[in-house]
Design a protein around this ligand. Structure first.
Ligand code: ATP
Ligand code: MG
Length: 393
């Protein structure tokens, strides 16, 4: 069928034509926003899940919800080895800029921007004077607040100032953090501590995170109270009904339907994983000659969709691994699809577990595997084991 009208959208953070199966999380977040705006105590939300399940898309949806309620919003994507100081400064700059036109006291906004400028200027890694210009804040720097150089102290003060600007307008500020597991350890602890402080004062600012399944473990290793700070929502594959809806609803808007067999075949292929739903849906649409789409269309489309996934979804990640890391992942894949003890991987390779730590740690840092429980590791990418087993050594 006409590829120009193809509605499906496989891609990273790519907004799906139909956001299926996430009503519960959306409903919960709506409550969080209302409660925070009214100064009620509420835990913020952190989304966790495997690669391609739709964490980024849901985080962006949450952001739209906050914007609709006239909140100030900003977003960062954490990176390993990068301090969050400057990204957070830029995100809060954006959030407050959204609020500024409605604020009745321009000098208060200006004061906040001055504090923000001093906060950003304290980046130890930034060349002298550069951070101030790159943020593009055109006000006088305010000294003595959020500029001690200690991230925990500074974030706490900055959050309090930002919250109070939003509070003046009866709204809040939401700071979204994607790939939250990648925040360096010292910064995670500073971030949790400042959220903790903020939760006690009831300031209307929330940090909403998304990351891989081990994110709760990362946060609680940093601060034991993080479990009481965040409500974890595990984002998983779509149930059959939601997966069908993700395919049917966008097609319907183009006057296209699916036979029941076609939907069976698509669910069997995509296994409910949102990225795969989009990927198989997209190729199947292009292959089908006309509506309704049939199981035969899916049969023709599947190999093509698989080879696209092999290059884009799996291959691009595999390429990022070193030779030793690839061997490690192949050994994991050889043991099956369940989380596997590191000692079993070592046996598989005929090596001592300790000699494999660099490969394992490297893969964790690259976000390809995670430790699911003590001593067990698993792929962050769904169906990755199957992919590796299908590849020639
Ligand atoms: N609820 C949903 N219904 C239908 N499609 C979805 C849904 N959520 C996400 N998708 C699709 O799945 C794909 C992956 O989404 P997204 O990039 O948000 O995943 P992710 O969890 O952030 O992955 P990663 O861990 O790699 O960053 C996108 O193509 C998106 O359109
Ligand atoms: Mg993402």
């Amino acid at each position: 069928m006409d590829p120009v009208r193809n509605p499906y959208a496989p891609g990273a953070g790519q907004r799906p034509p139909e956001l299926a199966g996430r009503d519960r999380e959306i409903g919960q977040f709506a409550v969080v926003l209302e409660r925070i705006a009214r100064g009620r105590p509420e835990r913020s939300m952190v989304l966790t899940g495997l690669r391609g399940v739709g964490k980024t898309v849901l985080l962006n949806t949450f952001r739209s919800m906050a914007l609709q309620r006239l909140w100030g919003t900003g977003k960062i994507e954490a990176r390993p080895d990068q301090s969050i100081r400057r990204p957070v400064a830029a995100a809060l700059h954006m959030a407050v800029r959204e609020l500024a036109p409605r604020h009745r006291a321009p000098d208060r906004v200006e004061y906040f921007l001055g504090v923000l400028k001093a906060f950003a200027a304290h980046d130890p890694k930034a060349p002298k004077g550069s951070s101030v210009t790159t943020l593009g804040i055109d006000v006088l720097m305010q000294r003595g607040r959020a500029d001690s150089g200690d991230l925990e102290v500074d974030l706490t003060e900055l959050f309090a100032e930002a919250a109070s600007v939003a509070g003046d307008l009866g709204v809040g500020i939401a700071l979204f953090v994607d790939e939250m597991q990648d925040i360096p350890a010292t910064d995670v602890s500073a971030l949790c501590a400042s959220c903790h402080e903020l939760s006690q004062t009831g300031g209307p600012l929330i940090v909403v995170g998304a990351g891989l399944p081990h994110l709760p473990a990362v946060l609680s290793a940093s601060k034991s109270y993080s479990e009481r700070l965040f409500r974890y929502a595990r984002i998983d594959r779509l149930e059959r009904e939601a997966a069908d809806l993700a395919l049917i609803a966008p097609a319907e808007r183009e006057g296209v339907t699916f036979t029941a067999d076609a939907l069976d075949a698509l669910y069997a292929a995509a296994d409910g994983y949102p990225y795969f739903v989009q990927a198989y849906g997209k190729v199947t649409w292009d292959v089908a000659a006309s509506s309704p789409v049939t199981a035969a269309d899916v049969t023709v489309a599947a190999p093509e969709a698989e080879s696209e996934l092999a290059v884009g979804f799996f291959g691009s990640r595999y390429e990022r691994a070193t030779l030793a890391e690839r061997q490690y992942m192949r050994a994991m894949a050889a043991t099956g699809d369940d989380p596997v003890p590191t000692s079993v991987v070592a046996d598989e390779l005929g090596r001592k577990p300790s000699s494999l730590s660099p490969a394992r740690d490297g893969l964790i840092k690259k976000g390809l595997i995670y430790s699911s429980e003590r001593g067990l590791i698993a792929f962050t990418v769904p169906h990755f084991g199957k992919f590796l087993r299908s590849q020639p050594a």
